[in-house]
Design a protein around this ligand. Structure first.
Ligand SMILES: *Cc1c(COP(=O)(O)O)cnc(C)c1O
Length: 356
């Protein structure tokens, strides 16, 4: 019998979330499917959205070529742009869109033998990671036009703190971006998921929703709200495959970091950190067993983890365990493990992805 672990991917939920994102934004939306669709499988996700998506966004050329090879014909934007000049020939041949966010990329375009490129010019409005400084944006725009290699320019920026509703940084970024691009023609794109959900003033021509397509609310921390509009796409699940009862004083697993204080029924589950479940999830991290909430006990191992069955006398070998999904919000697991849903989702590996 096969190892009873998988990540179930609900493509109907993905379509629902994309439709919700697009309707809320009101403009066009690139479905961000970088990092293998945040762990959900970029090609099946692209296929599932084919009839509705205005286009897709990935990190790099390699990810875009995988989509083209699978027959995806819609626009695809490279969010990091190109790293080497010779990539521009493939960008042209495969009709991809490129972000340009620093001088070397600008020079590669000026020197390239290709033409007719669709460029997204990235302005650094305050994140200070990538993008042209506001004072350099107009000159970069001018050089792109003068290069003769560019057919269309979209103006874009990216938010550092859009998930913090009370924080002034996003308002400042919007103002910086507007000032830097005031006299430049072209469509605008500001919003990632958090920007789209929390900052209506930033919704312009193109949205770039990522995490919300997979049903995870990006408005994390104390502002995390129950969200009735996003449906989780991935359910990471397995079964209990062995059961034992600890006596008071027994230490469980590596490091003996859980010690039973009372007789404790423990179920062994066939998911570990080699599947992408975080080793940093401590005792107490929520799981659902046959639909009822319980918790991880002891340290997560490479191939398995242990859960508390003490309050669930009917549960035992064969009981279904949800590590995250509709019952256990991936944000809660991420918070317990000291990380974010993005990292958990895009780290899922070894377990088969099962599409429903
Ligand atoms: C990854 C990425 C997005 C999507 O971000 P989410 O927070 O997942 O919605 C949007 N824009 C850029 C530039 C990105 O790199």
């Amino acid at each position: 019998m096969a190892r009873p672990s998988c990540a179930r991917i609900d493509l109907g939920a993905l379509r629902h979330n994309y439709a919700y994102a697009k309707a809320l934004h009101g403009g066009r939306a690139l479905a961000v499917i970088k990092a293998n669709g945040y762990g959900h499988g970029a090609v099946p996700c692209a296929m599932a959205l084919a009839a509705m998506a205005d286009g897709y966004a990935v990190a790099c050329l390699e990810e875009a070529l995988t989509l083209r090879a699978a027959g995806v014909a819609a626009p695809i934007l490279l969010l990091e742009g190109v790293f080497e000049a010779d990539e521009l020939e493939l960008v042209h041949a495969h009709d991809l869109w490129v972000v340009v966010h620093h001088q070397a990329q600008l020079r590669m375009i000026e020197a390239s033998r290709t033409g007719g490129l669709s460029v997204w010019l990235k302005v650094d409005s305050g994140m200070h990671r990538a993008g042209f400084a506001p004072l350099d944006a107009a000159a970069a725009h001018e050089r792109l036009l003068a290069s003769g290699k560019v057919a269309d320019i979209v103006l874009m920026t990216h938010f550092a703190r859009a998930d913090e509703r009370e924080e002034a940084a996003t308002t400042c970024q919007i103002a910086e971006f507007d000032a830097a691009t005031a006299n430049l023609p072209g469509a605008r794109s500001l919003c990632n998921s958090a920007g789209l959900l929390a900052w209506p003033a930033a919704r312009r021509d193109w949205a770039r929703p990522g995490i919300m397509l997979y049903g995870a609310n990006p408005l994390a921390g104390p502002l995390l709200e129950p969200n009735h509009s996003l449906k989780p796409v991935m359910t990471l699940e397995s079964h209990v495959f062995a059961v034992r009862t600890l006596r008071p004083g027994d230490a469980l697993g590596y490091g003996g970091c859980f010690v039973a204080r009372q007789p404790t029924r423990v179920g062994l589950v066939a998911v570990g950190y080699a599947d992408g479940y975080p080793r940093s999830a401590p005792s107490g991290t929520p799981v659902a067993i046959e639909g009822r909430l319980s918790q991880v006990l002891g340290r997560v191992s490479m191939d398995m983890l242990t859960v508390d069955l003490t309050a669930l006398p009917d549960a035992g070998s064969g009981s279904r365990v949800e590590l995250w999904g509709a019952q256990v919000d991936v944000n809660q697991v991420a918070a317990a493990a000291g990380t974010i849903a993005y990292e958990l989702l895009c780290n899922v590996k070894r377990v088969p992805l099962v599409y429903v």
